[in-house]
Design a protein. Structure first.
Length: 145
């Protein structure tokens, strides 16, 4: 049985709508139609900061197979279990391993990111802060050739 998605989809920026319904109340989400096209195998959306809303900074994890984010505009500070604090800027792409504990600390007012997660119906769970000494240095994104 062929379970590959066969639906073509396109989403243009012109006329696109953002929704306040999503994982975090301090973001707005623009669904790109990928979850429907892939029959739930993958979700992709553009996330942008909501004016006047700040992240809560609580530790959590995502039960998924793959999650990566590309920062389109602005910057965002995260803290990751075993890594420490990381600032992502426009042009940064980061992969979060499944179930890694993390939290968002702050972001710029103009933050906009593209996020891709598989499966589309991934779970998000509260997590206790990591035990032990937090990393002291701020990790920087690595350049790849």
């Amino acid at each position: 049985m062929n379970t590959r998605a066969k639906r073509f989809t396109v989403s243009h920026r012109e006329g696109a709508k953002f929704s306040r319904r999503g994982l975090r109340g301090y973001f707005e989400y623009r669904d790109l139609g990928i979850a429907r096209a892939t029959r739930g195998k993958v979700v992709a959306h553009v996330i942008r900061a909501r004016p006047g809303k700040a992240p809560h900074g609580e530790w959590h994890r995502h039960d998924c197979d793959v999650q990566f984010v590309y920062v389109l505009r602005g910057w965002v500070d995260f803290e990751y279990e075993g890594v420490g604090k990381v600032r992502m800027r426009a042009g940064s792409c980061f992969y979060q391993p499944p179930n890694i504990r993390h939290r968002e600390l702050r972001h710029s007012r103009d933050l906009e990111m593209l996020e891709v997660v598989a499966p589309a119906g991934f779970g998000t769970f509260d997590a206790a802060p990591p035990v032990g000494k937090p990393a002291r240095r701020r990790a920087r994104p690595r350049a790849r050739a």
